[in-house]
Every structure is written in structure tokens, then in C-alpha cells.
Write a protein that binds this ligand. Structure first.
Ligand SMILES: *Cc1c(COP(=O)(O)O)cnc(C)c1O
Length: 406
């Protein structure tokens, strides 16, 4: 084994990853070694403002000291029991997340994709046992350009060729309709429809905000037709859009809400299905599970991640700083920007046809100490931790303006 006090050089890290790892990502060539709040440092000590926040998993900022302490404390006591036994953290996690979100029942899982899969399973079972759908006929409606994760069932109803090509055959029972079109939903529902799965704002698609009134129309249609409305808030939830849950912007309540990512503040994979009693109520012992789901370490971390989000005013800060950042970005006078859009601190800049690839701008921003990632060819997403300050945004604008005005 080759080790040195300074570790490897960047090109050595990249070489080893390239040789030994599956090439399922194309990361920026920055090797991060430390993070604190909105900042991360590479192995050479260069400092960057993180404008991706691990796809909104570190809303609370990197290595939040209170969450870290909770993790260390719990790690010294008990980390994993499996659900074969009870542990003294799970009930407290249930209480906290239910009180905060107005939820009636919780199913704890680990990754976001697992939460999505779990919700789909529960919705199908609800369809057969409560709604009375004939055996194996359940239909679930999803939207074009959705992103719900990477498992087989989920990529089976993706419309992104890169996500699905050559991974089939896929699970049947899914129907795809345009996003933002409530009439298409009404038309697609049949007596066998058990659920509509949708993101309140499509994050991976490029921060696509549906037309005003869409979600309330969707809510009404689902209620009328006895269809479970499942909102995937894995990216939009937990303060990212300036509300605890993005559904609050429209004054609606989903039947099932999926959270993950920032549920642990980035320390640990924790996700959850939050639902009305009826839908999760169909699951009985042995019918679903996860070895790590609901483990005491995850529960202790998640409780603290939720607490700091609220106690430290991160949701309000997201609304305020999001508006400030979006205004500042909109004020850039540039031929390469076609649109700035967003809600809270989930912001995207869409580039014009002539602009060239978004990746080039991300590389230029990296040179100036800002890390962000392109979504698709022409979109740059700005989603810093929710603790970002005005001064930090002002500094960021000094870096972003010349890159985009060019
Ligand atoms: C990230 C994401 C997921 C998947 O989460 P993983 O933890 O990567 O499995 C699902 N839905 C949305 C909207 C996401 O942004």
C-alpha cells in the first residue's frame, strides 16, 4: 500500500478511481477532503462554496456540529439492532417527525429510492386491500422527466434514455403523463389507478416548476378519484424551497410524502415514507422491511438534523436568501442566460442555445471557488446549504457574474 502523510495527488486519486471504480458518474475533478458549513476544501487546501449541497442532502451545512455530536454520542451507545428488536430511538424519531410534518404514520428506510419503492409497494397493497382493485391490475401514474432514483422499478418508469436503456425488462403497471398538466392526470386515471407519484418541483429535470394551481388541482383530482397522492419531496423537502415541505407553497397535503437526503443532514443515509394511517396501515409484520431502516444511529441523527433545521431558522433563511440569490442572478446582464428560476434555495440558470455546455461554466466557476453541477446540457443548479448568508451570496455573485457575463 502506497501512503504518504499528504495522501495521494489529485491525478493519483482520479487514476485509481478510474481504474478500480465503475464509471457511473462523471464528477468534477476536485478531490474534497473537508467540509464546514457552506464551505468545502480540496486536498490542496483550496476552499470552495458548495452550491450543490450533495443534491440537497446537506441542507444544514457540512459537518453541522450539533448533528455530529448526536451521531458521536449515539455511536458510543448503540448503532444497529435490526427491527427484530426495538430500540430506544425509533419511537422518539417517530414523535419528532410526526409532530413536525403533521404525519400520522412513518416507515423509516435508508436511501431515497428505497422510500420511493416502499411507497409504491404500500400504495399497490392499499389499492388491492382497501380500494378493491382486482389482483395484479394496479396502475400508478408518474410524470415525464421524473427523477425518483435508480432501482429497477424506478428506472422502468423514467423517461430519460440514459437512465433506462438496456436495463429492462421493466415492471409493468406504470403510466407516464406530462408534468404540470392536471388534465392529463384526470384523463389517465382509471378505476385501477392506485397512486400518482410526482415531484412538487422537478429537481433533476432542471428545477422545473409546474404552473400555478397545478398541485392543488392534482390534490383535488386524487381526492375525487380515490387515488393516493405521493409527493416525492426527497429533494424539495426539509427547507430547500423555503418551506419545510414544498407542498406548503400550494397549501395542500399529500397522502404520502417521501423525504430523504437532508433528513440526516448528510451524515448517514436516512429516508422515510410519511403517510396517512390508511396507506401505511396496510403493511403487516413480515411484508416489508430493511435491516438498517429505523436503526438507532439513523434515528438519533435524523432527530437532530430536523431539530437544527427548525431551531436555527434554516427554513426561513432558505426563503429569504433564496429570494436574494435569485434576484442577484436575475440581475446579471448576459447573452448566455435564457432564464433564472427557482424557489427558496433551489435555483437554476438555463443557458441559451449559443452558450455552449453548462459543464464549461461549472468548470469556470470551480476555478473561482464555486462548486456546482450541471443538470442536462444547458442548466446550472445553485442549491447551497440553507445556512448561507447574504455576505456569502455577495461573494458568490462576484465569482458568478464574470463567468456568466462573459
Ligand atoms: C435524490 C432523489 C431520489 C433518490 O434518492 P437516493 O438517496 O439517491 O436513492 C429520489 N427522488 C428525488 C426527487 C431525488 O432528488
Amino acid at each position: 500500500m502506497k501512503t504518504s502523510p499528504k495522501g495521494l495527488t489529485p491525478s493519483e486519486y482520479i487514476g485509481i478511481e478510474s481504474e478500480l471504480g465503475a464509471h457511473n458518474y462523471k464528477p468534477l475533478d476536485v478531490i474534497l477532503a473537508r467540509g464546514e458549513g457552506v464551505w468545502v476544501w480540496d486536498t490542496d487546501g483550496n476552499k470552495y462554496l458548495d452550491c450543490l449541497s450533495a443534491y440537497s442532502a446537506v441542507n444544514q451545512g457540512h459537518c453541522h456540529p450539533v448533528i455530529r455530536q448526536a451521531m458521536l454520542d449515539q455511536a458510543e451507545k448503540l448503532t444497529l439492532t435490526s427491527r427484530a428488536f426495538r430500540n430506544d430511538q425509533l419511537a422518539l424519531f417517530y414523535e419528532d417527525i410526526c409532530a413536525l410534518t403533521g404525519t400520522h404514520k412513518v416507515l423509516p428506510m435508508n436511501s431515497g429510492a428505497e422510500a420511493v419503492e416502499s411507497a409504491l409497494k404500500a400504495a399497490r397493497k392499499w389499492g388491492y386491500e382497501v380500494k378493491g382493485v382486482p389482483e395484479d391490475q394496479a396502475e400508478i401514474i408518474v410524470c415525464e422527466n421524473n427523477f425518483h432514483g435508480r432501482t429497477l422499478a424506478i428506472v422502468g418508469f423514467s423517461t430519460d434514455p440514459t437512465a433506462r436503456n438496456n436495463f429492462g425488462p421493466f415492471a409493468p403497471g406504470f403510466k407516464v403523463i406530462p408534468f404540470g398538466d392536471s388534465e392529463a392526470l384526470a384523463a389517465a386515471i382509471t378505476p385501477n389507478t392506485v397512486a400518482f407519484l410526482v415531484e412538487p418541483i422537478q429537481g433533476e429535470a432542471g428545477v422545473i416548476i409546474p404552473p400555478a394551481g397545478y398541485l392543488s388541482a392534482v390534490r383535488e383530482i386524487c381526492s375525487d378519484q380515490n387515488v393516493t397522492l405521493i409527493l416525492d419531496e426527497i429533494q424539495t423537502g426539509l427547507g430547500r424551497t423555503g418551506k419545510l415541505l414544498a407542498e406548503e407553497h400550494d397549501g395542500i397535503e399529500a397522502d404520502v410524502t417521501l423525504v430523504g437526503k437532508a433528513l440526516s443532514g448528510g451524515f448517514y443515509p436516512v429516508s422515510a415514507v410519511l403517510s396517512s394511517t390508511e396507506v401505511l396501515g396496510v403493511l403487516k409484520p413480515g411484508e416489508h422491511g430493511s435491516t438498517f431502516g429505523g436503526n438507532p444511529l439513523a434515528c438519533a441523527v435524523a432527530r437532530t438534523a430536523l431539530r437544527v433545521l427548525v431551531e436555527e431558522g434554516m427554513v426561513e433563511n432558505s426563503a429569504e436568501m433564496g429570494a436574494y440569490f435569485q434576484d442577484a442572478l436575475s440581475s446579471i446582464n448576459s447573452d448566455v442566460i435564457s432564464e433564472v428560476r427557482g424557489r427558496g434555495l433551489l435555483i437554476a440558470i438555463e443557458l441559451t442555445e449559443e452558450a455552449g455546455d453548462a459543464r464549461n461554466y461549472c468548470n469556470a466557476l470551480q476555478e473561482r471557488g464555486i462548486l456546482c453541477k450541471e443538470t442536462h446540457l444547458k442548466i446550472i443548479r445553485f442549491a447551497p446549504p440553507l445556512i448561507i448568508t447574504k455576505d456569502q451570496i455577495d461573494w458568490a455573485m462576484e465569482q458568478i457574474r464574470p463567468v456568466l457575463a462573459a
